[in-house]
Design a protein around this ligand. Structure first.
Ligand code: PHE
Length: 336
């Protein structure tokens, strides 16, 4: 019986199978149990001898069962562990992440530069009235300069602002000097679209007003901006210009050394000048007081797309707004 049982125990492949064999030998109606029951009919001497032998057998079988059970449990665990194993060295799934648009990034860079110079960043509204877009900026309706800023009109007489300059008048109407602000935002022009003109684009307006601001403050400020945008070696140049709301007026250009091509040239960035006394007068009228009488200030405005096109060699302004990820993703690496 021992040999037979040993063989069966070792051949049991699963725990339930092993349990069946255990019942077959050691269960209430098991083979060994039956043998033990026959002891009752024997003489005391026979009983002692056979009983001892059967007990040894029983212990032996129990040891075998326990060992096999432990072995099977072990094997099951090993199998389960290897089937559930996770290879942490496998490459993971890369999720698509968003990024900031190049223009957003340049607006952020400009805001950082100007905040370091003590400026507040404020925003205006894209739908404007004629009063703020033109009249308060010394551009009355008969003025030929209105032709410079042809725009989209709403049916109620309002318009899409042609520049960020309306915020000059709005800010001065609401706040007293001295102050320094920059105003980034969207602007609109009724224009034939081509590689350098879009009907919607972005500007950054600057306005600083106090008692004694001069044109050299303006130039120094623009130079700081240019260095922040294009590097320490950048220079800035003024050229005489005309804007109804500044006098004198100057367009400014930056000297840009292109690291990709090694070439340098002057590139027009925007317009600027000293705030025209008539603008202060208009603002005083709007406010109903005289806090802007006799003040001095400078103002400037530049095109954000132009900065991006120069700095990153984007050849066509339309690329910014076509949502072509092949274009936009090129500039994403620099965002993080
Ligand atoms: N608003 C002008 C434009 O859009 C730029 C400008 C701003 C010029 C401030 C002078 C002062 O062309």
């Amino acid at each position: 019986m021992v040999n037979e049982a040993t063989l069966e125990i070792n051949q049991a492949a699963t725990l339930p199978e092993l349990q069946e064999i255990r019942v077959k030998y050691l269960g209430k109606k098991g083979l060994l149990t039956a043998e033990l029951k026959t002891l009752a009919n024997l003489t005391p001497d026979e009983k002692r001898i056979k009983g001892a032998a059967l007990n040894i057998l029983k212990n032996e079988l129990e040891t075998l069962f326990d060992a096999r059970e432990a072995g099977l449990k072990d094997a099951a665990l090993t199998a389960r562990l290897s089937s559930e194993a996770l290879d942490v060295t496998l490459p993971g799934t890369r999720f698509q992440t968003g990024g900031f648009h190049l223009l957003t990034r340049i607006i952020d860079d400009l805001a950082t530069i100007y905040k370091a110079l003590g400026y507040q960043v404020v925003q205006g509204q894209e739908v404007e009235t004629e009063l703020y877009n033109f009249d308060a900026l010394n551009i009355p309706s008969w003025h030929p300069a209105r032709d410079l800023w042809d725009t989209f009109w709403l049916t109620d007489g309002r318009l899409l602002r042609t520049h960020t300059s309306p915020m000059q008048a709005r800010f001065m109407q609401a706040f007293a000097p001295p102050f320094k602000i920059v105003v980034p935002g969207k602007t609109y022009r009724f224009e034939a679209v081509d590689a350098t003109h879009e009907s919607m684009f972005h500007q950054l307006e600057g306005l600083a007003v106090s008692d004694d601001i001069t044109m050299s403050d303006l130039k120094g400020t623009l130079e700081e901006m240019a260095k922040g945008l294009f590097g320490e070696r950048t220079k800035i140049r003024f050229q005489p210009s005309y804007y109804p709301f500044t006098e004198p007026s100057a367009d400014f250009a930056v000297y840009w050394e292109n690291p990709r091509t090694g070439t340098s040239k002057w590139l027009e960035l925007g317009g600027s000048g000293m705030v025209h006394p008539r603008v202060f007068e208009e603002v005083c009228k709007l406010r109903g007081d005289t806090v802007y009488a006799g003040k001095r200030g400078f103002a400037f405005g530049l095109g954000i797309e132009r900065v991006a096109m120069i700095k990153y060699g984007v050849p066509d302004i339309r690329y910014f707004f076509q949502n072509d990820l092949r274009v936009l993703q090129q500039f994403r690496g620099e965002l993080e």
